[in-house]
Design a protein around this ligand. Structure first.
Ligand SMILES: Nc1ncnc2c1ncn2[C@@H]1O[C@H](COP(=O)(O)OP(=O)(O)O)[C@@H](O)[C@H]1O
Ligand SMILES: [Mg+2]
Length: 364
């Protein structure tokens, strides 16, 4: 089976591609920036100007800035590729915290109280009602870069004014006190394969490793593991990182990441995460390829069969097909034996006349 990993070429992606090579017969590592998608009459995906090859499994990775091209590639491949751990629409939903929270809300997944309002005036009224501190986030920020904290109405209002002036949409969220820590769980299929706690640097509230946070392995509570897997399921993805805050009232989810960094976690976790991902993708692809093959064979049988009840039990099929004859021997088409279930341990009555052979199980 052939697989492709399409990414921006990060170390984490290369680690995953290396692991995939242990399972798949062929693995191509494609640079996302070299891909073009065209729609309309001569639609297709071009890689470095040539039509992209066919694959059984495609793993697409990239940041929110590439959500449109990732979604386009995935959408074009959905009917062609046996398995993709991340379906097309997830590139829009998961890369946007508000859209993710809306999906999660539909499945009652616990999250911090989060507010959306229609106008700046409405947002200011809201800022007068909530308790402080609060968090303001760009729906599409990552690595802690779009997350701001405000300790009072006045700082929240001035932040909001600045963001509005920059034409930047924000979501407003309750601040969950965790002592500057959060938990990153890596979900693969219906399991959390690894998890670690990240601690923000002093003077920072954001615990992202990219924002200078440090990590340590952590054993997830049963509840946190359950909601992490539910989050992946509700967002429709098989592989992702899920960020969890352990609030005094239980775990809450703040976001999912389609392309979780693996370098940091690989240094603190004993689990081979790229291997878990690669093995899972291989098994899923194999299942689907085999199923498709069986369904294909069944359809072929149906296509070449003309429904005509067999004389003796009424549930056989007559077919019209040329005969393959080798010397004196007639070689029956494959599906004939599949249907008749002839066996060397049984006896048969064979009646031959010009233009006809009837072989029937001999009842003693
Ligand atoms: N509601 C919140 N309460 C407390 N801390 C938060 C909250 N939301 C985010 N944080 C902190 O900010 C960090 C980044 O937030 P997150 O929503 O995961 O955005 P990003 O996409 O930038 O990682 C989190 O890892 C966490 O440490
Ligand atoms: Mg995060």
């Amino acid at each position: 089976m052939k697989a492709a990993l399409i990414s921006l070429g990060s170390k984490s992606s290369l680690m995953t591609a290396e692991a995939m090579k242990k399972y798949f017969d062929e693995v191509d590592v494609l640079q996302l920036r070299d891909i073009e998608v065209s729609l309309g009459k001569e639609s297709g995906i071009l890689y470095q100007g040539e039509p992209m090859k066919d694959y059984d499994c495609v793993f697409l990775k990239g940041s929110f800035r590439y959500a449109n091209i990732l979604r386009s590639i995935a959408s074009m491949l959905e009917k062609k590729v046996a398995y993709m751990p991340i379906p097309a629409d997830a590139f829009s939903t998961v890369h946007n915290k508000l859209l993710s929270h809306l999906k999660m809300q539909q499945d009652n997944i616990p999250m911090p109280r989060t507010y959306v309002s229609s106008t700046i005036e409405a947002a200011k009224r809201l800022l007068n009602r909530v308790s402080y501190p609060i968090v303001m986030k760009f729906p599409e920020g990552t690595q802690g870069k779009g997350v701001m904290f405000a300790d009072s109405v006045s700082s929240a209002v001035s932040l909001l004014d600045a963001l509005v002036a920059l034409n930047q949409p924000v979501i407003i969220q309750e601040y969950v006190e965790t002592g500057g820590t959060d938990i990153r769980a890596i979900v693969v299929g219906d399991k959390v394969v690894a998890s670690y706690k990240r601690r923000a640097q002093k003077e920072d509230k954001r615990s992202n490793i990219h924002a200078g946070g440090s990590g340590e392995p952590v054993l997830l509570s049963w509840e946190a593991a359950k909601i992490a897997v539910q989050t992946a399921k509700c967002l429709g993805v098989d592989i992702c990182g899920v960020d969890i805050l352990e609030s005094p009232l239980g775990p809450v989810i703040i976001e999912a990441n389609l392309s979780p960094g693996l370098q940091g976690i690989s240094q603190i976790s004993t689990v081979d995460i790229p291997d878990s991902m690669a093995r899972f993708m291989y098994e899923q692809t194999k299942k689907i390829v085999e199923k498709t093959r069986n369904v294909g064979a069944a359809a072929l049988l149906r296509d070449i069969s003309i429904d005509q009840p067999k004389k003796n039990n009424g549930n056989g099929h007559a077919i019209i097909s040329p005969l393959k004859i080798n010397g004196d021997r007639i070689i029956l088409p494959d599906f004939v034996n599949k249907m008749a279930k002839f066996s060397e341990s049984k006896e048969y009555s064979i009646k031959a006349s010009e233009g006809s052979v009837i072989i029937e199980e001999f009842d003693m």
